[in-house]
Design a protein around this ligand. Sequence first.
Ligand SMILES: N[C@@H](CCC[C@H](N)C(=O)O)C(=O)O
Length: 316
Amino acid sequence: MSTTSPAALSASGLPSGLAGLAFAKGHGTGNDFVLVADPDGLRDYDAGEVAAVCDRHNGIGADGFIRAVRSEHLPEGQALLQTNPDAEWFMDYRNGDGSVSEMCGNGVRVFVHFLLEEGLAQLAEGQALPIGTRAGLKTVTRTENGYAVDMGPWEFIFPDHAAAKAMDTVVDAGGLEVPRPGLSVSMGNPHTVVALAELSELAATDLNTAPSVEPVPEDGTNVEFVVPAEPLVVDGVGQLTMRVHERGVGETQSCGTGACAAAAATRFWAGAAAPNSWSVAVPGGVLGIRFLTGPEGREHVELSGPAVLVARGTLL
Ligand SMILES: N[C@@H](CCC[C@H](N)C(=O)O)C(=O)O
């Protein structure tokens, strides 16, 4: 006999502790989020609560859940404040299944938009706001059409694979005729990128179940399938089409960190002549990627794209 009692539910069927919770719903290129403001860090949400809210049939429905909390109220935020005293706000990010993720590139743009719309921060076009995340500080600049995020440096997860130019990671998914080589890249969160030759192969790839990846990075992985355009570069900009299976979610319409990883991997494969600017078409829109030199002299990735709020509400 079980000794744990099931969570009490309200009449809505959601955990009763969530009744009355004010939320907003937003998205960045179709990657959608439920956002809640908790400036004073009064209320954390457990995995069951997050999964219930993100459930597309019985909840609000979302790929991710974002809590806006002042950095001083989280241990990870307090650590960041030591070196970045201006990072007032922290993006506490959960995947739709309730698991914690280090970072979300679409999410951080929507997060800043949410802060502005809630009156929790001010940002004129061209100005930047430092945001704390579990993958470190991300600086978000308001642009004419949305937001540009300095995502920091990217890294190979298995540097020895990359050094040998060997494709030692093998990825398989339904719909692929044979398993494919992949390259695992960290954007603070883990990604494995697979290049396909044809858009028809991309369309035929079954992402209803998680692709198998071997070796799988220690913390699991998001998986991106990309088709480089032919010609690859148009007006100095590399062109990719991408679908993604997100860790802790499933297939989503877009993934910002995934688009960064996809551009980094394709640029690595393309060699010295590859451009620094990329356009990544995802089912939910188009994201822009640039490789720039960061203030400390390392290569950084900049992600740009829109951020939209579509609704506000209260859980019953
Ligand atoms: N959609 C996000 C990434 C969200 C986290 C991811 N599922 C993970 O577990 O790492 C993005 O836009 O970057």
